[in-house]
Design a protein around this ligand. Sequence first.
Ligand code: PMP
Length: 364
Amino acid sequence: TADRLFNFAAGPATLPESVLLKAQSELYNWRGSGMSVMEMSHRGKEFLSIIQKAESDLRTLLNIPSDYSVLFLQGGATTQFAAIPLNICKPDDVVDFVVTGSWCDKAFKEANKYCKPKSIWSGKSEKYTKIPSFDLLEQTPGARYLHICANETIHGVEFKDYPTPINENEVLVADMSSNFCSKPVDVSRFGVIYAGAQKNVGPSGVTIVIIKSDLIGNAQPITPVMLDYKIHADNNSLYNTPPCYGIYMCGLVFEDLIAQGGLSEVEKKNIKKAGILYNAIDESKGFYRCPVEKNVRSLMNVPFTLAKSELEAEFIKEAAKEKMVQLKGHRSVGGMRASIYNAMPLAGVEKLVAFMKDFQAKHD
Ligand code: PMP
């Protein structure tokens, strides 16, 4: 509607308008229950129906095999940086990290407290603009898991395929916070997929973990109860009070993604949106520039700079006047970043591209 902005924030991020309107219509009195979802007991039949439907719709969307558990947790993806090594490693286990950006680097540093992580590749010296070719990775014999960040939100690099761990019993672990449910994923290739909800599937406060069930139940003895996957799996994510309203919102987003035809349809839209934005950058004759290597550019987070960097503040200010906000790049890298998650409409990207062309015409 006219009074909403196009919000290019990296997360919390824009949500589908239809989902917000549905939540609004159900806010005061959820489906005749006489109360809002915020006020319900998490053990009542109404909320149980909400969390069960959310899980089953997510299973449908990602085609999650039955030997995987789905957990709705709290603490953000950052908490999983600790929970994963605590749950699936002994303190002396070696694990491999492919450090493609700042998020994977954070996960690597946190894991250092609970196991023996090894950075087997880092893109830092090239300012995190690449993903290595998988045959160049020197994976560690005996490693317990191989960790990747499937989409680096700050740097805009995205894995288009996934490496395979070399060791028997080793699993692939992926932080999918910023490209969760943006395209189909073969879940069976992963031991653990985790994601904060606040980019593609809901509000902040919900963290989703999809884990192969046989990895559950071996947590290190020091593991806090709230980080122990077995506790949450045995209790269907209801060991303590879960983030009820956030789970409800995720459920509405999952319904919406199914109604759009599922993740292959969603991916087509995302490819189209990202395509027109990257084209606009690449065809600007150097006025705009995206530093990321072409074949690993993210469909979700598009970082770019202006050759005349002194114009960046004006770019952001002028875009905001035209109702396009949150285009400033992350404070650690500068420049601009347009996050164009599932819920960013094509019209938003088209408007941004038209604005970029106008801005260039004025300042070139
Ligand atoms: N991983 C990635 C890829 C992210 O983008 C973020 C948040 N921007 C995080 C982890 C941290 O997530 P949270 O704030 O939910 O802890």
